[in-house]
Design a protein around this ligand. Structure first.
Ligand code: BT5
Length: 324
């Protein structure tokens, strides 16, 4: 059933918005005209807007904004990131499922995605609001052969890839706040949570959790984040197809990741710094136990934030919340 659906969508995708005759569809699928009609009804139920014109056939007038494997697969240009999609309508957290898949031996590039998370999380078990159907809530599994202390570099790499993809798809200009927030006009549109499965000397997998507010209206943002958060819809005034943005993100991530594995962190570091909103400014880095205020000097080769306090002492910040 699902393979017929995929074939059908591929036929439409090849026709590039033109009408496809019922006869041609039934030939390609090897089924009767009545069966074709039934498949069309199924597509309609899933939210596809279909135009049917006598003698001309069928045309997809509008695709639903879905993030299922089929939608992501069609037109995907990567070699491995996003090739293997694990989709569920509702999950507690895509990170949890990804951790299980890693344990079961999931390939590099496997992505877990859901329409809704009931307990999406940020760092330090904070809540990540993940309402149904309006955002991208996903976890990307990578299996890099790098030392454990280099893992933070991958959070920065992910932020750069996502920033590039958002700029390409929306025309917006975005900034990155160390280590893991993507800001648009000073408000948070994306959060990234990197988790490791590792022995002290070997990484088994890195799970990059990515949350993006895409099609939420301002009044649909949860009350506690309404002042600090934004969405792509709020910033551009138009809806964005989530599957298209995901494809763009996978492509950018894969390019950067290949470059990173071949040449190291150098170029990524430069790119990251070009997006950074706080370098050269006075910021406060707040951890569980203390707060340090100083000028953000940049990041080290390992992706650690360097903060110079008033006495000129450089502090190396591995993990903190930054107030600008
Ligand atoms: C993050 O944490 O920003 C990482 C968020 C990662 C979410 C993804 S979604 C897919 C995957 N599955 C998961 O369960 N998680 C990952 P942190 O820097 O700790 O920021 C958390 C803070 O951001 C919260 O305390 C809120 O203030 C704010 N916040 C919560 N939901 C938000 C949203 N939808 N948009 C903007 N800000 C939000």
């Amino acid at each position: 059933q699902s393979s017929i659906r995929r074939q059908l969508l591929e036929i439409f995708s090849k026709s590039d918005g033109e009408f496809v005759s019922g006869q041609m569809i039934s030939d390609e699928l090897g089924c009767s005209r009545t069966a074709v009609w039934k498949h069309m009804e199924d597509l309609r139920k899933e939210g596809y807007e279909l135009e049917a014109v006598r003698r001309l056939g069928y045309r997809i007038a509008r695709k639903p904004d879905k993030v299922t494997g089929n939608e992501i697969h069609l037109g995907l240009q990567t070699d491995y990131i996003g090739k293997n999609i694990y989709f569920e309508e509702t999950v507690e957290s895509t990170q949890k499922i990804a951790a299980r898949l890693v344990y079961e031996g999931a390939f590099e590039g496997t992505v877990v995605v859901a329409e809704e998370q009931t307990s999406g999380r940020g760092r330090l078990s904070r809540t990540w609001h993940s309402p149904k159907g309006t955002g991208i809530w996903m976890s990307v599994i990578l299996r890099p052969d790098i030392p454990v202390q280099k893992a933070p570099q991958l959070t920065l790499l992910a932020a750069v890839g996502i920033a590039q993809a958002i700029e390409k798809c929306t025309g917006l200009s975005v900034g990155i706040k160390w280590p893991n927030d993507i800001l648009i006009n000073g408000k948070k549109a994306v959060g990234i949570l990197t988790e490791l499965q590792a022995d002290p000397d070997k990484i088994h997998a890195v799970i990059i959790g990515i949350g993006i507010n895409v099609n939420q209206q301002h009044e649909h943002l949860a009350e506690d984040i309404r002042q600090i958060a934004t969405s792509l819809l709020i910033e551009t005034g138009r809806e964005q197809k989530r599957a298209e943005l995901m494809q763009a993100i996978f492509l950018q991530l894969e390019k950067l990741y290949k470059q990173y594995m071949a040449e190291g962190f150098g170029i990524i570091k430069l790119l990251w710094e070009s997006y950074a909103v706080s370098i050269g400014k006075e910021i406060t880095a707040r951890t569980m136990t203390n707060a340090i205020t100083g000028i953000a000097k940049g990041i080290t080769e390992d992706g650690i934030l360097m903060l110079e306090d008033r006495e000129g002492v450089i502090h190396y910040i591995h993990s903190a919340d930054i107030e600008i």
